[in-house]
Write a protein that binds this ligand. Structure first.
Ligand SMILES: Cc1cc2nc3c(=O)[nH]c(=O)nc-3n(C[C@H](O)[C@H](O)[C@H](O)COP(=O)(O)OP(=O)(O)OC[C@H]3O[C@@H](n4cnc5c(N)ncnc54)[C@H](O)[C@@H]3O)c2cc1C
Length: 366
């Protein structure tokens, strides 16, 4: 049986970023992944590094997102330098168009300023000058919003983490976690990895993984679909958000249209209804996209949690067990700070944020 200081269950952006920080702190880390590393939600996401309509969220999510956003430039650069894969981090900014679903608050500028954001509100007339390619009325510009090309970020993370000696084992679904004296054993088929500590970062599967130990965690899969068009580079330099839909252009001109939010269990099918809805949105708001060809459609399962607030915590009565999961819509944004928090928690150091809001429901402590 292989031995590690820490076994990480799930090689999404959360598990891999945390494995990175733990390995840098000197721990021997093994990551077990049921499929291929970095190919689930972390691959499927839009790569917007910010909460969408931030004023809808509670401080516990906003603090985490803000700390993630502040770290991203260095995080992406570190991965780029070490792996030679460029995650294409760009400080592109984001337009939030006024919408019935999420109207811009009267005092939205002041609200943003209270979080340190320098937002600007523009009238329809100003928008015709500033963003003539968009069909819009009033809009808010959020200059602190950046994007990352998450499939490249994940590929870079896998390479970087592996270069530090972390064992990433694909096709290794953990079917059982059990205690063996002072150790944890994570079993994948007939093989087990024994470790002093275990981190569960299984995305939307986390509740299933923990249920066998009687640990309850309210994380569920929430399907999101995205459509990809081949556009022209620089035709839409900023992210555009209206209601629940957004446009994100990559450096090579590919245009992502996101996204749906569906309660469909673990079903990752793509639907024509979603494709039509996303395309209609893009054609209406950004007319040049009418001439772009659709090249791909995909879906991913967000690890949905109440209020989008993840669980970043040790587990009561299970010494050496940790959870980092339930990042819902913002796991890419919050991965760098999550990884630091888990590292400090594991090493017994003071954490840079109070972890109380990210603890387990009380039922687990009774
Ligand atoms: C359509 C869409 C758009 C999104 N857009 C954005 C965005 O713009 N910005 C943003 O910040 N976030 C976005 N997100 C959310 C973000 O992608 C997720 O919050 C994040 O990827 C979660 O990371 P994770 O590592 O927790 O989960 P995952 O990426 O799902 O990784 C968990 C891993 O655990 C593995 N696993 C599960 N069970 C087991 C087991 N028993 N044994 C071994 N391995 C196991 C899985 O195979 C998986 O690889 C989006 C998500 C979707 C779906």
């Amino acid at each position: 049986m292989q031995h590690a200081d820490m076994v990480v269950i799930g090689a999404g952006v959360i598990g891999l970023s945390t494995a990175l920080r733990l390995a840098q702190a000197g721990m021997a880390v093994t990551v077990l992944e049921r499929g291929s590393a970095g190919r689930e939600a972390s691959w499927a996401g839009g790569g917007i590094l910010s909460p969408l309509h931030a004023w809808r969220y509670r401080p516990a999510l906003l603090r985490l997102a803000w700390e993630g956003m502040r770290r991203y430039r260095d995080f992406a650069e570190e991965i780029h330098t070490a792996s030679h894969i460029d995650p294409e981090w760009q400080a592109c900014g984001m337009w939030i168009l006024d919408s019935q679903e999420f109207p811009l608050l009267e005092d939205v500028i002041e609200w943003g300023a209270s979080w340190g954001w320098h937002w600007q509100r523009h009238t329809a007339t100003q928008m015709r000058e500033l963003a003539p390619m968009l069909r819009t009325d009033t809009a808010l510009f959020c200059q602190e919003v950046a994007q990352v090309r998450n499939p490249r970020l994940l590929a870079g993370l896998v390479k970087y983490v592996s270069s530090l000696g972390v064992h990433i084992r694909d096709n290794s679904e953990v079917t059982e976690i059990k205690r063996d004296g002072t150790y944890w054993v994570a079993k994948t088929g007939n093989v087990g990895v024994r470790a002093d500590r275990v981190l569960v970062s299984g995305g939307p599967w986390t509740a299933k993984i923990l249920a066998q130990l009687g640990i309850q965690v309210p994380i569920r899969p929430v399907r999101g679909q995205i459509l990809l068009l081949q556009g022209q580079a620089n035709s839409l330099p900023q992210i555009v958000l209206e209601g629940t839909h957004y446009l994100v252009q990559r450096r090579d001109g590919q245009l992502l249209i996101g996204s749906t939010s569906e309660e469909a269990g673990f079903d990752k099918s793509c639907t024509s209804t979603a494709a039509n809805e996303l395309l209609a949105f893009a054609h209406r708001v950004f007319p040049p996209s009418r001439s772009y060809a659709v090249t791909r459609q995909w879906s991913g399962l967000r690890p949905g949690s109440p209020d989008n607030i993840p669980f970043i915590t040790s587990v009561p009565d299970h010494p050496g067990m940790y959870i980092a999961s339930g990042h819902f819509r913002y796991g890419l944004t919050t991965a760098p700070i999550t990884a630091e928090l888990v590292r400090d928690l594991v090493l017994g150091r003071p954490t840079s944020l109070d972890l109380a809001p990210y603890g387990l429901p009380l039922a687990n402590k009774e």
